[in-house]
Write a protein that binds this ligand. Structure first.
Ligand SMILES: Nc1ncnc2c1ncn2[C@@H]1O[C@H](COP(=O)(O)OP(=O)(O)O)[C@@H](O)[C@H]1O
Ligand SMILES: [Mg+2]
Length: 520
């Protein structure tokens, strides 16, 4: 069978030979075959080795996928490719389309860089926030998935189409096919780049051998700042640093999913038994396109994990969906913790504080309750004992399991909370615990000690975060509120207002002397 990629490579090879001959003969260089030279000379910029690999791969392969760590210049490379593509094809014959999971990512990351490249190279046409126009013709645009169904791609009919998928891990599967259909001819190209966070994504699939994509992996250890590759100081300053890697080694630990994905640029193994999978947690750290307006009745609360021994004490704040790490430190003195909590109440105006009472937390709760009585502060103080029984004893083993599941997992899965204010260490801890199901079908979350053994530290920050979002006040049972009883006759089971000695108005069965709560 004829491989179209092979034909494309062959054609490029021949073209390059011809262009080389032309260059030797003293004619103007043809940047079309040399994106790296184009960036260096037209824009006067420096490209490091892995960025060179990306540019040359897009020149030589129809499909390129890049999985990489943070801050290695992925988006930058994509923006330079976009500018190179439009500058080196005849106007009207080429088109660039870019996408990312949110509009904010499209505009603030890739198109900002495209704007810069356009200005630097004094390139043809004009670029606005997400579009590139030459004369009256649209030659480039950025869109986020919801902005178009696949059909709005149909307007694009250029011979040379370059499709860029930034932050590819979060792009919905349907979009991939639409994007792929745009590059059906041998002259078009597609580039997908992102952090490898979700091993079950389409992005992960195309990184596997045999997918037909040319794959490039970039780890933080490839960065010029770690290899010693020579780059000018201004480039070195913006790329991932040795210090960052050391910080993450401490925050996450080697071999953890966060480390594998965001430092080494590899997909973590699919852990189907994580309470909070990495991909869910990282999605909660992406700026939404529309920031929700703060509502008047947003919950304004604190969660405190009090560390005994050498463990950290951590205070987390929650305002509506937004989480923020307020304070953490190691202190042997519970009264220092009390002082910090009072400061935090004053700074945030929090109306309630939930504190883990196990260990020295007990004393902290007692003192803060006293101070509430003395009007030192106005926040309701709740001691939470996670070793107690859960509310839903059929589903969970202990309250701790219930909190990890209902607060940690159920807020992360649909992206209900906003974790941009949480620290990297907190996210590392949040995704760490695994769960199992016991013989009676109840969910058990890995014990703190087991997590501690794996992480090399206790997940105190994640615990404080969960407490900040945990509601210690059980919602009142509407039956109790309105004194509703369920008929004791199992063939009736109808509901009516309870009164001792009363009979069911439907079947006449006496309702006894105690309300019979309805079991859902
Ligand atoms: N070769 C380069 N020269 C100058 N600045 C660069 C270069 N590569 C990346 N940058 C800058 O480094 C920062 C991180 O790059 P970016 O492409 O956003 O990283 P990533 O997408 O890998 O997280 C950006 O501010 C970008 O402008
Ligand atoms: Mg990027």
């Amino acid at each position: 069978m004829i491989d179209p990629d092979e034909i494309a490579r062959e054609a490029f090879f021949r073209l390059r030979q011809r262009r080389k001959a032309m260059a030797v003969a003293g004619e103007t260089p043809n940047w079309g075959v040399d994106p790296v030279g184009w960036v260096q000379r037209r824009l006067g910029e420096t490209i490091w080795s892995k960025q060179r690999d990306i540019l040359e791969s897009v020149r030589d392969n129809r499909r390129t996928v890049v999985r990489a760590s943070y801050d290695v210049g992925k988006s930058w490379s994509a923006s330079r490719l976009a500018a190179w593509w439009l500058d080196t094809h005849a106007a009207g014959s080429a088109f660039v389309v870019s996408t990312a999971p949110t509009f904010n990512q499209v505009r603030a990351i890739l198109w900002r860089e495209i704007n810069r490249a356009h200005a630097k190279g004094k390139l043809l046409g004009r670029v606005n926030q997400t579009e590139w126009w030459i004369g009256n013709e649209l030659v480039g645009l950025g869109r986020k998935p919801a902005d178009y169904d696949p059909t709005s791609f149909t307007g694009i009919h250029a011979r040379y189409v370059l499709v860029i998928i930034d932050e590819a891990g979060g792009v919905p599967a349907a979009l991939w096919d639409a994007a792929d259909s745009l590059v059906s001819n041998a002259d078009s190209r597609i580039l997908a780049i992102g952090n490898p966070t979700d091993p079950s994504s389409k992005f992960a699939d195309i990184c596997k051998p045999g997918s037909g994509w040319h794959e490039i992996g970039i780890s933080a250890f490839d960065s010029p700042n770690l290899t010693g590759e020579a780059v000018p100081p201004d480039v070195s300053a913006v790329l991932v640093s040795k210090l960052w890697v050391e910080e993450k080694r401490n925050d996450w630990g080697e071999g953890t999913p966060m480390w594998t994905s965001l430092v080494e640029g590899r997909f973590p193994e699919e852990a189907t038994d994580s309470v909070v999978p990495l991909a869910w947690a990282t999605r909660c750290r992406v700026a939404p396109d529309i920031e929700p307006l703060p509502a008047m009745d947003e919950a304004n609360e604190l969660g405190v994990d009090v560390g005994g021994g050498g463990d950290e004490t951590v205070i987390y704040h929650r305002m509506g969906p937004r989480a923020k790490l307020l304070w953490h430190g190691i202190t042997p003195d519970p009264m220092v913790v009390v002082g910090q909590v009072i400061n935090a109440i004053r700074d945030t105006g929090a109306t309630s504080v939930k504190i883990d009472v196990i260990g020295i937390g007990w004393g902290v709760v007692g003192r803060l309750k006293e101070q509430f009585e003395q009007h030192v502060h106005g926040a309701e103080i709740y001691g939470v004992n996670v070793a107690e029984s859960p509310r839903d004893a059929e589903k969970f083993h202990k309250l701790r399991d219930e909190i990890w599941w209902e607060v940690g997992r159920e807020n992360s899965r649909p992206g209900l909370w906003d974790l941009r204010g949480a620290s990297d260490a907190t996210i590392g801890q949040l995704i760490s615990p695994k769960y199992s199901v016991d013989s009676s079908g109840r969910i058990k979350v890995e014990k703190k000690d087991e997590t501690r053994a794996r992480l090399g530290r206790s997940p105190d920050e994640a615990d404080a975060l969960l407490l900040a979002f945990y509601n210690p006040v059980e919602a009142p049972d509407p039956g109790e509120l309105y004194n509703i009883t369920e008929c004791l006759n199992t063939r009736c089971l109808r509901l009516f207002v309870f009164d001792p000695g009363r009979r069911c108005p439907y079947c006449g069965t006496p309702c006894g002397d105690k309300r019979n709560p309805k079991k859902y």
